[in-house]
Design a protein around this ligand. Sequence first.
Ligand code: TXA
Ligand code: MG
Length: 329
Amino acid sequence: MIDVFASADVVLAAQKIAAGEVIGLPTETVYGLAADAQNPQAVARIFALKHRPASHPLITHIAAEANIHYWLDEARMTADMTDIMNTLIDAFWPGPLTLVLPKSPAINDAVTGGQDTIALRCPDHALAQSVLHALSQLHNTPHVGIAAPSANRFGRVSPTHAQHVRDEFNGQVWVLDGDASVIGIESTIIDLTRGAPVLLRHGHITPDDIFDVTGLQPLPNDTHSPRASGTLLAHYAPATPLVWASAATALADAGCLCFSNEFDVTPFKQVIQLDDQPKNYARGLYHALRELDRAAHAQIVVEDLPVDSAWDAVRDRLKRAIVGSNEGK
Ligand code: TXA
Ligand code: MG
């Protein structure tokens, strides 16, 4: 068995991050474009590589044993907020849940796009955790963070394999290879700074999961703030126009993405069938979109999803991908 803590690649990854470089980092959700969260020049390189507007804040990844309070402004933490935060961390960290909290004034603004809140996540991936440990040793402090948005150009499909990241940046970015991401879609984001928990982005952890542990149903994000790029309507988009099967008119030269055995695949040049369980479907979604996109069909037809909240995270990604892929066409 490989000891990931001692692996040469993990050490190299941490050395690169400590030196201010940007690398591809595996996590359980999607691959991240990773840099030292406390190095503003390194964080600026992420924005440049991604072509991401500087006002879009990044998620900071911390180790499982990190002291979260280092990153927070205790003066703005209410007792309720602290309780809910602790409950969610106990239940879901390490894991695919990002928490937005009041940022300590001591943390530089580069990573948060100048906002007074910070998005924190503890990734459930042995390599990501090992890189955090190694970085902590190199910097000789437990207070290290890795800023990492999804490792795709702004608005495009997120990567779930090391090769996706290499493809996306034409080999410009060194990638720590950690196999396929097991969750397959980005983390759930919950904002705890607005009184009641607000759901900023759907993910593997559902509003019902949050309710089960906190007794609180997260509120929908009604502010239309551009703060979460995953909330922009045109996002996660392939280059090929995507269309729901129910809205498709021409089916010539099309690929299709389906999940049920009842779906008629005979008209399509290429067929990718994903699992009929939403969490398994999510795991394969981005790889499937990239494969279909690569074939450069005239369009990609997507089987309509079941009307069931268990599909919300997948539906959300596909809706945005449909809008984004048809923009300007
Ligand atoms: O699963 C994930 O979360 C992946 C992996 C790499 O960890 N990361 C990811 O990062 O999806 P990114 O940058 O593509 O999405 C982060 C989202 C963005 O939509 C960003 O605007 C939002 O988090 N965000 C970050 N800080 C925030 C803050 N202070 N307030 C509100 N939204 C914030
Ligand atoms: Mg992203």
